[in-house]
Design a protein around this ligand. Structure first.
Ligand SMILES: Nc1ncnc2c1ncn2[C@@H]1O[C@H](COP(=O)(O)OP(=O)(O)OP(=O)(O)O)[C@@H](O)[C@H]1O
Ligand SMILES: [Mg+2]
Length: 394
């Protein structure tokens, strides 16, 4: 490297980078991460960001763009897991009018929209194999054609990709093309999990609590040393996203009072109500912990589903009585009497309502993590996104 020594480490520079990027932490791992971002950002090199869910991969991608010479140009973010397979190519590369049923107008794809800027392909491991071939061609030639088009378009785009999957393993399984993987893997940035850097927890808790209390005009008495310690020793399967959710939840539900380890314990997912009889496990690998977390959540969801099912059965029991107010005097099989619903006239639920509630419950359980919610519900992530949109779930 031209005999240059790397710029000396300065706490001020780290603080500034941290502030600019929103990536908080003063652990050695975060300092290294910030330094790598600073090194790669000004170049056009392709970056592949890996890391568990909720570790901050999207923040890293944004930081790379905003510290690059393309910062004034667009950053186009695409969640590859959320786009239905049938339209992914037209979304990425655009299409010409009439190229398929429903293509009433021509459309610029995300690559064209990102011209001179950056494109962030999130969850790149979910890209179908046929689209992977096309993406590789774009990366190699910087050229592509719209779906149904005949003109070759040139594009100047910097690619940033992210995945929570183990792409090497996906390559071995034949789910991801090795040529694309090698191309993407030019620079790999691995975002460490929160359990690998528990020393950052106090700083993060303070920041999340301060922001939340300021925005919501809440007084919060903080955590005791034992409360903070409990957070340091939790395994954080949902990483920073989970920490943020838990801090906000504790502040609201405990009405801002001072939190010790006993209060904190109530909010951690470890002793989940349904799973608390399971033996506590220690010394697990990351994958095992993730599996165990999902298993515990599954148990909880199963019990919620059972309750919902009971509710549904109670509410759809036919009552065969004539409704005297109806002119046509038809039998309304689904009218529930006050008596039957225990004095209260419960709201009747359709299958769609039940589905909506199950999706909502799964999202709450997973702290809003759609991928984990999809796993719990046994749906693909794409299907879950479609349903969330259909039912307008916030
Ligand atoms: N180092 C950090 N400092 C402050 N906030 C962070 C940090 N890392 C992540 N966050 C916050 O945690 C949440 C999750 O981050 P982000 O969406 O970037 O994670 P992700 O790795 O992309 O997750 P997923 O794989 O589920 O998409 C966001 O609210 C983000 O602002
Ligand atoms: Mg993300």
């Amino acid at each position: 490297m031209n005999g240059h020594t790397p710029p000396s480490r300065s706490p001020d520079r780290h603080r500034e980078l941290s502030l600019k990027s929103g990536i908080l932490g003063d652990s050695e791992k975060i300092i290294q991460l910030l330094e790598t971002i600073e090194q790669v950002a000004p170049t056009d090199i392709t970056v592949l960001i890996s890391g568990e869910s909720g570790t901050g991969k999207e923040l890293v991608a944004r930081a790379i763009h905003h510290l690059s010479r393309r910062q004034e140009q667009p950053l186009v973010t695409v969640n590859c897991g959320a786009i239905p397979e049938g339209i992914i190519e037209s979304e990425l590369f655009g299409h010409e009018k009439g190229s398929f049923t429903g293509a009433v107008n021509s459309r610029r794809g995300y690559f064209e929209q990102a011209h001179h800027g950056s494109i962030f392909l999130d969850e790149i491991g979910d890209l179908p194999l046929t689209t992977q071939v096309k993406l590789l061609r774009v990366l190699e030639s910087r050229e592509f054609m719209r779906v149904g088009g005949t003109t070759v378009l040139q594009v100047d785009v910097r690619l940033i990709a992210a995945t929570h999957k183990d792409l090497e393993q996906e390559v071995r399984k034949g789910h991801f093309r090795d040529d694309l993987f090698f191309r993407l893997n030019a620079v790999r940035i691995h975002v460490p999990s929160l359990r690998e850097r528990p020393e950052d927890i106090p700083l993060l808790v303070r920041k999340f609590a301060d922001d939340f209390c300021r925005d919501n005009h809440i007084e919060f008495d903080g955590l005791t040393e034992s409360g903070l310690n409990r957070l340091r020793h939790y395994h954080w399967p949902g990483n920073i996203r989970e920490l943020k959710n838990i801090v906000e939840k504790m502040i609201v539900l405990e009405r801002g009072r001072r939190l010790d380890d006993r209060l904190v314990e109530k909010y951690l997912n470890e002793p989940a109500a349904a799973g608390k009889n399971l033996p506590m496990t220690v010394h697990l690998s990351k994958e095992e912990m993730e599996r165990e977390f999902l298993f515990r959540l599954l148990l909880e969801i199963k019990s919620e589903i059972a309750q919902l099912r009971e509710l549904m059965v109670a509410q759809t029991r036919p009552s065969y009585h004539l409704n005297p107010w109806r002119e046509d005097q038809t039998i309304d099989y689904f009218e529930t009497t006050e008596e039957e619903s225990g004095g209260k006239k419960a709201e009747r639920k359709s299958v769609a309502d039940m589905e909506k509630e199950m999706i909502r419950a799964a999202l709450v359980r997973t702290g809003g993590n759609k991928r984990k919610a999809a796993q719990l519900l046994g749906l693909s992530e794409r299907t879950l996104y479609r349903k969330i949109e259909r039912y307008a779930i916030k």
